[in-house]
Design a protein around this ligand. Structure first.
Ligand code: AP5
Ligand code: MG
Ligand code: ZN
Length: 214
């Protein structure tokens, strides 16, 4: 099973991906996470991408499609893929078709997380993750059971993303509206789009997605 989780910044793509990985043994392929790892490691891609990401704009199609292609090549054929934050442009959607074909995979579902834009700034500015294992949290909506200690790995170190400020979020939303939302009709024409209410509780969203997948 190969699926795309589509939605604006803060819609819950990463949060739901982490849950689907645990529940269905799928693999999360997040171009945002790959790029942040490249920035941290100061690879040539990371050095090039950093300023673009900090501004909330889109990194080049070639760079992100190459990252996805390399990850899929390194993955076992039997493991399902969750595309999180990719594709984001018509060009990337086209590349994904080619990449999937190359690996003998088909796209089963495109799940759109429908959210109210007004809620997204609060979600994003309250977000943080475990610095050790990457588990996501939120100041209001998803705190660790014991405050300051990661549920998953016990670490006490957490971090916030440099692009998670209101100004950058507004640019990221505008990029989504202008370049990403327009790719939906292509998938709709194939009859593989499902919509989920992304404003529901995190657990309810997971349940709704699980129903679509099973
Ligand atoms: P990326 O990392 O993909 O960021 P994004 O699309 O802006 O999405 P986010 O990660 O902010 O949101 P999310 O939907 O994952 O939300 P989350 O689950 O964390 O991309 C970052 C940058 O990299 C881009 O701006 C671009 O520069 C570059 N890039 C990446 N991919 C690219 C590509 N393909 N092409 C070009 N450039 C690319 O949830 C947010 C918070 O809300 C969390 O704290 C969570 O706990 C909380 N929350 C989640 N769901 C709920 C809920 N139902 N109720 C209450 N709270 C919730
Ligand atoms: Mg994310
Ligand atoms: Zn952790």
């Amino acid at each position: 099973m190969n699926i795309i989780l589509l939605g604006p910044p803060g819609a819950g793509k990463g949060t739901q991906s982490q849950r689907l990985v645990t529940k269905f043994g799928m693999r999360q392929l997040s171009t945002g996470d790959m790029l942040r790892a490249a920035v941290k490691a100061q690879t040539p891609v990371g050095i090039q991408a950093k300023a673009v990401m900090d501004a909330g704009e889109l990194v080049s199609d070639e760079i992100v499609s190459a990252l996805i292609s390399a990850e899929l090549a390194a993955m076992g054929d039997e493991t399902g893929a969750i595309f999180d934050g990719y594709p984001r442009t018509a060009e990337q959607a086209h590349s994904l078709d080619d990449i999937l074909k190359e690996h003998g995979r088909t796209l089963d579902h495109v799940i759109e997380l429908e959210v109210n834009e007004d809620a997204l700034v609060e979600r994003i500015t309250g977000r943080y993750t475990c610095a050790n294992c990457g588990k996501g949290y939120h100041d209001t909506f998803e705190q660790p059971k014991q405050l300051g200690v990661c549920d998953k790995c016990g670490s006490t170190e957490f971090k916030r993303r440099p692009d998670d400020n209101e100004e950058t979020v507004r640019t990221r939303m505008a990029e989504y509206r202008a370049k990403t939302a327009p790719i939906l009709p292509v998938y709709e024409a194939r009859g593989i789009v499902s919509r989920v209410d992304g404003m529901a509780d995190i657990d309810e969203v997971t349940l709704a997605i699980s129903k679509i997948l099973s």
